[in-house]
Design a protein. Structure first.
Length: 142
């Protein structure tokens, strides 16, 4: 495998599209589903803070009737899912990357579905995705 991309959010899917455009073989490893952060780590009433016209990925942009509107969570996940589909992104869902180790000719990537060797790596696993819960939690009543 030439390249492994970790994460199927905006960044990982954009990287995948650019790799495909250059005929670079790769796989996108995603611990959950495509757009997992938006499916699992947001709240139902949230809308994007950025207007629809700003929502762009390589070769794809918002084409709907409301460029000055703000996407709902359902619209964000649909936009990303459609982008992944149209790009033919080689996403392996439910594959959690548990470690990455530098080896002579690239990287050894350990996952919940087996190990992969690759020459290069794109880490697109998002921000703030390990919870940090302060110790004061123990003094808060249920
Ligand atoms: C509440 C909130 C509101 C926001 N609103 C906006 C907005 O209005 N406009 C805007 O432009 N941006 C907004 N952002 C920022 C937004 O998160 C980014 O723009 C964008 O989603 C980041 O994409 P990403 O691909 O970097 O990360 P993510 O979308 O988080 O994707 C990372 C992916 O990596 C996967 N992953 C992580 N670790 C592993 C692992 N070990 N193995 C396998 N897979 C893994 C995750 O499951 C996830 O699918 C908001 C963020 C938050 C938290």
């Amino acid at each position: 495998m030439t390249t492994v991309v970790i994460g199927a959010g905006h960044a990982g899917l954009a990287a995948s599209r650019l790799l495909t455009d250059r005929s670079i073989d790769h796989v996108v490893l995603e611990r959950g589903e495509i757009a997992n952060s938006w499916r699992r780590e947001r709240w139902d009433s949230l809308r994007l803070l950025t207007p629809n016209w700003q929502t762009r990925l390589p070769g794809s942009k918002y084409e709907g009737p409301d460029p000055d509107g703000y996407m709902t969570m359902g619209e964000v996940t649909a936009f990303l899912s459609q982008f992944a589909h149209l790009s033919g992104a080689p996403v392996r869902t439910n594959t959690n990357v548990t470690s990455v180790t530098r080896v002579d000719d690239g990287y050894h990537v350990a996952t919940s579905n087996g190990d992969i060797r690759c020459g290069s790596l794109v880490i697109a696993s998002g921000a703030c995705n390990l919870p940090s819960v302060p110790s004061i939690r123990s003094s808060i009543p249920p």
